[in-house]
Design a protein around this ligand. Structure first.
Ligand code: SF4
Ligand code: SF4
Length: 98
């Protein structure tokens, strides 16, 4: 069995704080650059709101970036950093193809 960690986005809960981008980019090699994060905040000018958009790879397997002390939680750093529950993790066990 493989464990698939899926991230559900709840766009209406997003406050545009960009803590998720920062937390993700913190794990990358210097120089620090939130533009290289696996998540980006999109501004909807018309609606006056912001919402997160995740890279496809982030939905395919657990990225391994997690907050210090998170242990076996398997919660990506972007999810832990979001204090508004706009990112929620869902774990699912799937059978190996072979
Ligand atoms: S899932 Fe991992 S790589 Fe993707 S945005 Fe979150 S912390 Fe970054
Ligand atoms: S998804 Fe969460 S952490 Fe990211 S900008 Fe929205 S509210 Fe902030």
């Amino acid at each position: 069995m493989d464990l698939v960690v899926k991230i559900n986005i709840v766009p209406e809960k997003c406050r545009g704080c960009r803590a998720c981008e920062t937390a993700c980019a913190w794990w990358d090699k210097p120089p620090f650059n939130p533009r290289r994060a696996g998540i980006h905040i999109i501004k909807d000018e018309e609606a006056g709101s912001e919402y997160p958009l995740l890279n496809m790879e982030c939905q395919e397997k657990f990225c391994g970036k997690q907050a210090p002390g998170a242990g076996s939680l398997l919660e990506p750093a972007c999810v832990t950093a979001c204090l508004f529950e706009a990112l929620q993790v869902e774990k699912e066990e799937v059978r190996d193809a072979g």
